[in-house]
Write a protein that binds this ligand. Sequence first.
Ligand SMILES: Cc1cc2nc3c(=O)[nH]c(=O)nc-3n(C[C@H](O)[C@H](O)[C@H](O)COP(=O)(O)OP(=O)(O)OC[C@H]3O[C@@H](n4cnc5c(N)ncnc54)[C@H](O)[C@@H]3O)c2cc1C
Length: 429
Amino acid sequence: MNYTERPFPPSLWQATATPQPDTPPLQEDASADVAIIGAGYTGLSTALHLAEKGVGAIVLDAEQPGWGASGRNGGQVIPGLKYDPDELVARLGAKWGEALIGLAGGAADTVFDLIDKYQIDCGAVRKGWIQTAHSPNMMRLMEKRAGQWERRGAPVELLDGAAVRRRIGAGKFVGGWVDYRAGGVQPLSYARGLARVAQGLGARVHGQSRAVQVGKTSGGWRVATAQGAAVHAKRVLIATNGYTDDLWPGLRQTILPAVSFLVATAPLPDELGASILPGREVSSDSRRLLVYFRRDEQGRLVLGGRGPFSDPRDMSEWAHVERALELMFPQIKGVAYEYRWSGRLAVTADFMPHVHEPAPGLNIALGYNGRGIAMATTMGRIIADHIAGDGAMPLAYPVTSIKPIPFHGLQRFYMAAGVAWYRLLDALS
Ligand SMILES: Cc1cc2nc3c(=O)[nH]c(=O)nc-3n(C[C@H](O)[C@H](O)[C@H](O)COP(=O)(O)OP(=O)(O)OC[C@H]3O[C@@H](n4cnc5c(N)ncnc54)[C@H](O)[C@@H]3O)c2cc1C
């Protein structure tokens, strides 16, 4: 996989983040209880929660903390998984279904509690997530979705078309619902904040340290880096998500590294700003091909959506998201775009995050399907619980085997995504 990216201008989040923590490359062999590969939310949250329990970890990243999806995403902290609560029970049975509803339903709390506890400076705002419905059918689905969460005690509210249009500042919606558990963060500042807290509690974080080999030793595991130095550890976690390479056999083939593209306008003038998400909720559309949007701390309008399945080659590749933004918010005509960037998320065949344990002492967690701020942070917590007890504490998430996505499945997915995007632009225009 070609890992290098062209030197595109910095993203909005790079331009406005808190400073990067000090994370020098690993220069000499080192040992720790746990070696963690990948310094995104999954790896960093695991290191932080391990450190809270007095378990030492060394985190290695090929680039820097938050370089991957964790520093590039839309910053929408949304609880839940792709499936509604009743669907989860139907798919996984009562035991796992109810367990995951609890875990995923509380996932945004995990993020905002950590931010509060450690005073992480990341522009956190918790005003809810509005999911919009573009058709009566979709609205019926949202009524069910909101009802299922409400029955489980979640603070949610149904919105009619007028309320959605007023709160979002865009037309063409028949209604929607708002989930007040959700909110927004500056995603790169949040990732850097997790790294800083983990370091403060005793974890080591090394940037520019690509893991190139994970091998068994008599006492545990050895993780070798590209520069030669290695980490010896009793246990290993691989947390490389959409940037997974060939480090562990077959893992790269279990996910589709879909690329999502974002644009940010210049800060909106006051009058215009007052009409677009003035309540500072985060929002996304309910169509199969998600378009997500929010304001940032300086009042920019930020909008993202899936794009082609490869990393961009030139700036024209953002044209489709700009078109979607202008069709949805025609009032922003004339406002300049300040930032364009993209990142890779990991889509799985069943649209669920995957946890693997291919050998005793080795865990892998990835595949948040574009909903990872809350879930990857939570995953870090439960993996830390499992690892800290040396595996004695069962993982609070179903462990599955590594199953490559079959080629025909991939083709269907690519084609469906392409068609969905064109339908979306048609529907907006
Ligand atoms: C553009 C975009 C928008 C998104 N929007 C949202 C959103 O609004 N809300 C939401 O909840 N989720 C969103 N997501 C999803 C969310 O960002 C991810 O689910 C989450 O960040 C995954 O975190 P992670 O730690 O598992 O992976 P990542 O943050 O991708 O981290 C993986 C890390 O592994 C490192 N790595 C890879 N291979 C190696 C190796 N061999 N050795 C060492 N290091 C290695 C990489 O350098 C990288 O830093 C979005 C994702 C993208 C890309």
